[in-house]
Design a protein around this ligand. Structure first.
Ligand code: NDP
Length: 300
């Protein structure tokens, strides 16, 4: 079997178009412009790239984009003061603090100081609790993007066996909650899981969120299963020239795509969906803040 490629780049484009259309409607009908504030502490190069990309896409869909770039030495009190100001700013509906933070800042404390209704990353303890108890919450962007692609591909996920490899707070755990919410039978695997290949072979849906290049080979995949590859790993690519790199996922694309029914590529799979879902979450937060109907198909 040769797997169908789930084109995350194209899907993300569709999500952005839906968001943009809804933003236009909000402006026309209610004179409201959704606003997203991104807070970056320090000068981590990867974080700077993400923040730039987030800002650009935010304005492209017609939203207001605000960036707070703070010095790497910023104190916790000063960072909390910025968040407090954004919490109280009615023109800001989404607040995202770019992670990781410099070591002297307490990440949990900072995230939990964001107003949960503006926590568009879905990392605030209230949102985590609401997601796990099946209440309306802000859902972490990467797992939300995976869920959207799975729903689009399969329709109903009810009764399917899903294996999530990885138990991080930002991907693995919320992904498992979302799949459970869609009535999958969910297994969460991690570094201590015994006989991982056998566990994965039972899965109709495999979500790989490990951070180990091409760790999942094709012979772990049940014939016809759907593979969602969250991993983004930079590996040396001498074939492209000295010192060059290329991106690969956590699944070995060549062998997995021979057995899977459908698979997301890296790059061009889950990655583009993450920012698209950030925009969707900001729109959702704005609609909720104004007591307006939420856009369909853009939330869990
Ligand atoms: P973390 O490092 O926080 O978590 C990795 C998880 O993988 C841990 O739960 C760990 O288990 C598990 N693990 C590690 N080694 C093994 C192993 N040999 N077998 C089974 N499980 C293992 O990573 P993240 O969740 O933050 O990210 C995972 C990947 O997804 C990374 O490549 C990251 O770059 C990518 N990513 C992509 C995003 C996107 O937008 N596409 C967004 C976020 C992440 P244990 O808990 O036991 O240590």
């Amino acid at each position: 079997m040769s797997a169908q490629i789930i084109d995350g780049k194209a899907f993300a484009g569709t999500v952005r178009e839906k968001v943009a259309a809804h933003v236009t409607k909000l402006k026309t009908d209610h004179n409201i412009t959704p606003g997203l504030a991104v807070v970056l502490v320090g000068e981590d190069p990867a974080s700077q790239v993400y923040v730039r990309s987030k800002g650009k896409q935010t304005t492209e869909v017609g939203m207001k984009s605000v960036e707070h770039k703070l010095d790497v030495e910023t104190s916790e009190a000063d960072l909390l003061a910025v968040i407090d100001q954004l919490n109280n700013d009615d023109s800001i509906h989404g607040i995202l603090v770019q992670l990781p933070l410099p070591k002297h800042l307490n990440e949990d404390l900072v995230i939990n100081s964001i107003d949960p209704s503006k926590d568009v990353d879905g990392f605030h303890i209230s949102n985590v609790g609401m997601l796990s108890t099946g209440q309306k919450s802000m859902v972490p962007c990467t797992p939300l993007g995976c869920l959207m692609m799975l729903r689009d591909h399969h329709g109903s996920l009810s009764g399917m066996n899903a294996v999530v490899i990885g138990r991080s707070n930002i991907v693995g755990k919320p992904m498992a909650q979302l799949l459970l919410g869609d009535s999958c039978t969910v297994t969460i695997a991690h570094s201590r899981t015994k006989d991982l290949p056998e566990v994965v072979r039972r899965a109709d849906i495999v979500v790989a969120a490990v951070g180990r290049p091409e760790m999942v080979p094709g012979d772990w995949i049940k014939e016809g299963a759907t593979v969602i590859d969250v991993g983004i790993n930079r590996i040396p690519a001498p074939e492209k020239g000295e010192g060059k790199h290329r991106l690969v996922g956590d699944a070995d694309f060549a062998t997995c795509s021979e057995r899977a029914g459908a698979i997301t590529p890296v790059p061009g799979g889950v990655g583009p969906m993450t920012i698209a879902c950030l925009l969707a979450n900001t729109l959702t937060a704005c609609c909720r803040a104004n007591g307006l109907e939420e856009p369909e198909g853009l939330t869990a």
